[in-house]
Design a protein around this ligand. Structure first.
Ligand code: PLP
Length: 226
């Protein structure tokens, strides 16, 4: 099936209140343009250099979401144009995004990544760490970032019950943080969860942003060296 047909099919499974991030990492510009011409405007990338190369050569009304792990020393390359950074996993990173966004006079939308999966990962806050940070004053002084919600990845497993449980945990944490720290803040409203293999469950559990790659573009060809 073509990218256009894949998108058509996927959209029948996405309610209006959920937005689609087309994850185009490792796919060429032609594939992105196919999706673009089918009406998509939000694209997700996970490597800084690849994102920068694509951004300069593709239509300027694309909203680029950075969904991968971001190193502080690379923040400056994407901050001038990026629409949303999904996986902020330290206060230090948030601070650097704020600093670099200040230099180019932008406000960058960010999601805080929460470690919900039962598999080990170096990335993402533990719920208690997140609470600890939000209780502090530091983030409240950041003028050039907007904290728009949470992002999480479920364990890579066939166990649907476990996946649902993990998404539910993230949703509950979102609700809790909303009440405790963001009651007056209407920007805190996004829950980025759900990939090709688990997006239906994510939607049922309250996702507002799903990040789909394989189901739209097919399998990725990983470059020989990364
Ligand atoms: C690659 C990636 C996706 C898309 O995964 P698919 O299984 O191809 O849909 C989603 N989120 C993140 C953070 C990714 O790195």
């Amino acid at each position: 099936m073509s990218i256009e047909e894949n998108l058509k099919k996927v959209h029948t499974q996405i309610p209006d209140n959920v937005r689609l991030v087309c994850v185009s990492k490792f796919h060429p510009n032609e594939a992105i343009l196919d999706a673009y011409h089918a009406g998509e405007r939000i694209f997700g990338e996970s490597r800084v250099q690849e994102l920068c190369e694509k951004q300069i050569s593709l239509p300027s009304d694309i909203q680029w979401h950075f969904i991968g792990h971001l190193q502080t020393n690379k923040v400056k390359y994407i901050v001038p144009f990026v629409d949303m950074i999904h996986a902020v996993d330290s206060l230090k990173l948030l601070e650097e995004i704020d600093r670099q966004a200040g230099k180019v006079d932008r406000i960058v939308r960010c999601l805080l990544e929460v470690h919900i999966a039962r598999e080990p990962s170096k990335f993402g806050f533990l719920p208690e760490q997140l609470e600890e940070i939000l209780k502090g004053e530091e983030w409240k002084n950041f003028r050039h970032v907007q904290i728009c919600g949470l992002m999480g990845m479920a364990t890579y497993t066939d166990n649907q019950t476990q996946i649902r449980q993990e998404f539910r945990t993230l949703r509950l944490l979102f609700d809790q943080l909303k009440v405790s720290f963001f009651t007056q803040n209407e920007n805190f409203r996004e829950l980025s969860m759900g990939m090709s293999n688990d997006f239906q469950i994510a939607i049922e559990e309250g996702s507002t942003l799903i990040r789909l790659g394989t189901i739209i573009f097919g399998e990725r060809d990983y470059p020989a060296t990364t």
